[in-house]
Design a protein around this ligand. Structure first.
Ligand code: GAR
Length: 205
């Protein structure tokens, strides 16, 4: 029997991070499993990727809800119904209500395409370029009650090349995401990530 930790992966779009997690789970030594893929909208590529990998999918359509709490409960119910013990926000472009943290305490992680606390929100790559920063990067963090705020699990910096186009920068950011998000999720599933105030201590393997 597998002793992998089942997790729900929440998506909204292309699902390249989901794909990197799916590929990581093909390693028998990997410690997490994707129990279900939950999207906030129908028809996105991430759902096709999930189906191609034979994973269960659920759409909790944001446009069907007029309150964040009800939407959040439905997402959490769908995750729990599939046995998920934590939530992985992989390009999920909705803010969950605090109830999600009560239901999955210390077990919700997010990936963000900038060095938080710089450039929170849904347009981080554009915002960083518009600001003219010469360093940006990737942040993987626990989710808390505030948006793009929880304790930082991992950050990696990238230099912005002079005149670099958005697409080129985003591709380099995503390459970091695809390399490191599966690593962080494996550490989470192994119980190796310890939240100590604002800090996250990685217990050595
Ligand atoms: C990723 O780059 C992720 O960091 C970003 O959305 C992209 C989703 O790509 N997330 C945010 O901006 C969250 N504020 P993907 O669907 O191909 O994984």
């Amino acid at each position: 029997m597998s002793n992998r930790v089942p997790l729900a992966v929440l998506v909204s779009g292309g699902g390249t991070n989901l794909q990197s997690i799916i590929e990581a789970t093909r390693d028998p030594k990997y410690s997490a499993d994707v129990a279900v893929v939950i999207s906030d909208r129908p028809g996105v590529k991430a759902l096709d990727r999930a189906r191609e990998a034979g994973l269960p999918t659920v759409v909790v359509d944001w446009s069907d809800y007029d309150d964040r709490g009800a939407f959040t409960n439905e997402v959490c119910d769908a995750a729990e119904d599939h046995g998920a013990e934590g939530l992985v926000l992989a390009g999920f472009m909705r803010i969950l209500a605090p109830a999600a943290i009560d239901r999955f305490p210390g077990r919700i992680v997010n990936i963000h395409p900038a060095l938080l606390p710089a450039f929170p929100g849904a347009h981080a790559v554009d915002d960083a370029l518009a600001y003219g920063v010469t360093i940006t990067g990737v942040t993987i963090h626990f989710v808390d009650e505030q948006v793009d705020h929880g304790p930082i699990i991992y950050q990696e910096a990238l230099a912005v090349m002079p005149g670099e186009e958005r697409e080129a920068l985003q591709a380099r950011i995503q390459a970091v995401e695809h390399r490191m998000f599966p690593v962080a999720i494996d550490a989470l599933a192994r119980g190796r990530l310890h939240i100590e105030g604002r800090m996250v201590r990685w217990e050595q393997a």
